[in-house]
Design a protein around this ligand. Structure first.
Ligand code: SF4
Length: 591
């Protein structure tokens, strides 16, 4: 895509931005995610079924009070604003009223909005508001919504960006496109809650997000993220080499006091040279970092387990898609064996399976669900096979005339958690919703709460590697297992009580609890019997009174004068305006 050149009325009041008249004037930019509320039905396409909490939305949605609740910031906008020199503000998760107030109180030359397709009506409304309140502002819209047909005209935007945003903005603003990428300091999640307990957002207790690349060259036909950045064979590195990545991770470690990184790269391990160089540098600098990564199955197999352990891989989001599915990334891999090997080494797995692949029928779907559940991954995402606008799958169905809404006029319910967007060759319309729920319920019924599975994975890692001969690796497993002594026995005791009337699950909880007590002795015993009662009370209270209405993310407001890199986690969190609630819908992702 050719980037247009910026043209704006630089001296038109009130847009005089340079304090010195001789200083070249820079445009003022407002970056914004779409407005909330999100988890309730409204005329702007918010849906109760589609909350902002990623896990609760599409991973642990059937796990009741055990569901992991957590919000994530709009990382793309944070990345872009960090890498332009123009003065700017970021409104993340505003309400509609807060967005209006910002437009009325601050002059902007550019308003940039990021969204996903279900938020189409919100973006259209935001563009209308910009035209009404600041008619000379340039409107730029990006993110996955950019795949919707004829979007620019439909929302009255000036530009719709469907490429990597940092480069596009730099070029548009006349800035140096080749300048090094500065990485924002991003707390990976906030507002974390499970079993009725809020998890502390202390500095260093939450992972930092690092974004080494965008896009994935595997180009699976349904993958919105791959399509967004060019599709098959394409990706873009923000950090080309392991050395560059190591340096930026060291800076983040220093500023945010973290040792755990959520590596937001659709297929991080695919870039093997970079990953192995990172490993070399970690060894040399004695770093015992933990990495949460996305990786496809065959790529994982290309590493030895020793390499993965040494690299600090402790959590993997992996696409399982479906039994004998056609995807190249799975060809020849026994995913159950792979998952089991990784788990035995303390690596937690978030498996991702698709309901409604072409070959699925009402007759074979129960078996497909059983196959997915049999992986016994720590977490399991189930998504409907969905032709998201802009993907090869969407184009294929459009050509075949099998899309239910070919012009995407009503995309609010097309998010993979409710219904198909196309005519399925074998599954009658409406049946998919129940199959999807069946998958979530079956996974929970057979494998139990994900948070307990996480404890089990941590314990396995402790058993295998807490006495590892390499000090750096030993330290990591001991750090990750620090809560095995007291807190986790409390959690297990409460979970065991919860399942008192379910003998199979009771025995499961009991076995893990007994192992913890055998290993950690009196401290674990006290944790179980004292802490367990506290946890059980909270768990029961959560079940009796689930959060209602569904929690919304708080609004964040940051201005370019804010020294964001210096902010601690606590400082970032203190910027939450507690009176304002809201979130965003979830983008289908997969590896
Ligand atoms: S689904 Fe996974 S492997 Fe396939 S293109 Fe997307 S990120 Fe890559």
């Amino acid at each position: 895509m050719k980037t247009p050149t910026l043209q704006f009325p630089p001296s038109t009041p009130p847009y005089t931005c340079g304090a010195d008249r001789n200083e070249p004037t820079k445009p003022r930019i407002l970056f914004s995610s779409v407005f909330g509320p999100f988890a309730r039905n409204d005329e702007f396409g918010s849906r109760e079924i589609n909350p902002m909490e990623l896990y609760h939305n599409q991973v642990t949605r059937a796990q009741g009070p055990f569901s992991l609740r957590m919000f994530h910031r709009s990382w793309g906008l944070m990345m872009i604003r960090e890498n332009v020199s123009a003065p700017n503000s970021l409104l993340d998760f505003p309400t509609r009223e807060r967005f209006i107030a910002e437009l009325k109180s601050e002059p902007y030359n550019i308003v940039a909005i990021s969204a996903i397709p279900p938020n189409y009506l919100k973006v259209r409304e935001m563009c209308r508001l910009v035209r009404e309140i600041q008619p000379s502002a340039i409107i730029i819209v990006g993110g996955h919504i950019s795949g919707l047909p004829n979007l620019k005209e439909r929302i009255n935007a000036d530009h719709v960006v469907r490429v990597e945003g940092v480069s596009w903005f730099r070029e548009f603003l006349g800035e140096d496109v080749t300048a090094p990428i500065r990485h924002p300091r991003i707390v990976s999640g906030f507002g974390t809650r499970a079993m009725g307990m809020d998890l502390p957002d202390r500095p260093g207790s939450t992972a930092a997000t690092v974004i080494p690349s965008v896009g994935c060259p595997m180009g699976c036909n349904f993958c919105a993220t791959s399509a967004m950045f060019g599709g098959k064979g394409k990706f873009l590195n923000f950090y080309e080499s392991g050395d560059e990545l190591f340096d930026v991770m060291c800076e983040i470690e220093r500023d945010m006091k973290v040792q755990t990184f959520f590596v937001m790269d659709e297929n991080f391990l695919l870039h093997k040279k970079r990953a192995l160089r990172l490993l070399e540098r970690m060894k040399r600098a004695d770093k015992s970092w933990s990495l949460y990564v996305f990786s496809s199955a065959n790529v994982l197999r290309s590493y030895t387990i020793e390499q993965l352990v040494a690299l600090g891989v402790s959590w993997v989001w992996m696409g399982l898609e479906g039994n004998q599915s056609k995807y190249q990334k799975l060809a020849g891999t026994d995913t159950r064996e792979l998952v089991s090997t990784l788990q035995a080494n303390g690596i937690s797995i978030l498996g991702s399976s698709i309901i409604g692949l072409e070959e699925h029928t009402p007759e074979n779907l129960p078996d497909a669900i059983e196959h997915a559940v049999a992986h016994d991954t720590e977490f399991h995402q189930f998504m409907l096979y969905t032709p998201v606008a802009g993907t090869p799958l969407f184009n294929e169905h459009r050509t075949n005339g099998t899309l239910l809404d070919p012009d995407c006029e009503e995309p609010a319910d097309i998010h993979g958690q409710l219904r198909f967007a196309h005519k399925h060759p074998h599954i009658p319309s409406g049946m998919e919703t129940e199959f999807l729920l069946q998958a979530f319920r079956r996974d929970f019924e057979v494998n139990g709460p994900s948070v307990i599975r996480m404890v089990r994975a941590t314990l396995r890692g402790w058993n295998r590697h807490s006495n590892h001969p390499v000090n750096r690796i030993r330290r990591r497993f001991r750090r990750e297992g620090a809560q095995l002594r007291f807190q986790y026995p409390a959690v297990l005791w409460a979970a065991r009580e919860w399942y008192r009337d379910n003998p199979v699950m009771f025995r499961k909880m009991d076995a893990i609890l007994n192992e913890l007590i055998a290993k950690f002795g009196l401290v674990a015993r006290i944790g179980a019997s004292v802490g367990g009662r506290v946890v059980l009370r909270k768990l029961r209270a959560e079940a009796a009174n689930p959060p209602s209405p569904t929690p919304e993310p708080s609004t964040f407001y940051e201005r370019s004068s804010t020294p964001a890199p210096e902010l601690t986690v606590k400082q970032q969190l203190s910027k939450i305006q507690l009176s304002v609630k809201r979130p965003k819908a979830c983008t289908p992702v997969g590896v």
